[in-house]
Design a protein around this ligand. Structure first.
Ligand code: SF4
Ligand code: SF4
Length: 98
């Protein structure tokens, strides 16, 4: 089993200034970065997203879920193959959009 970390971006509105989940995580699972890179100007803080990148390091402590003031973090443990399938489907959908 492996952690699937879902962030509800409708609830996580200002991740760059919040970052509570990122700060509390003892396994450094989260990263926060811009969704767009613009030449010649800084990214707006609303263009940042936080996501669980290093989910294979997650111990399942649940601290990120508890600390989130917006209840935006959901943590479930799924079989590794199920998560791999989800990523493949998301990637295929992204490629279709291009
Ligand atoms: S459950 Fe714990 S280890 Fe896993 S992402 Fe959240 S804070 Fe990090
Ligand atoms: S703690 Fe919640 S609201 Fe804050 S950055 Fe993380 S997911 Fe977003």
């Amino acid at each position: 089993m492996i952690a699937q970390i879902n962030i509800d971006y409708a609830l996580c509105r200002d991740p760059l200034n919040c970052r509570k989940c990122l700060s509390v995580c003892p396994s450094v699972v989260f990263v926060c970065g811009p969704t767009k890179v613009w030449k010649g100007r800084e990214s707006d803080s609303r263009e940042y997203k936080i996501f669980g990148r290093y989910y294979d390091k997650c111990s399942g402590c649940g601290d990120c879920v508890k600390v989130c003031p917006a209840n935006a973090v959901q943590l479930i443990f799924v079989p590794r193959e199920q998560l791999a399938r989800k990523f493949r489907e998301e990637r295929a959908a992204q490629l279709k959009e291009r």
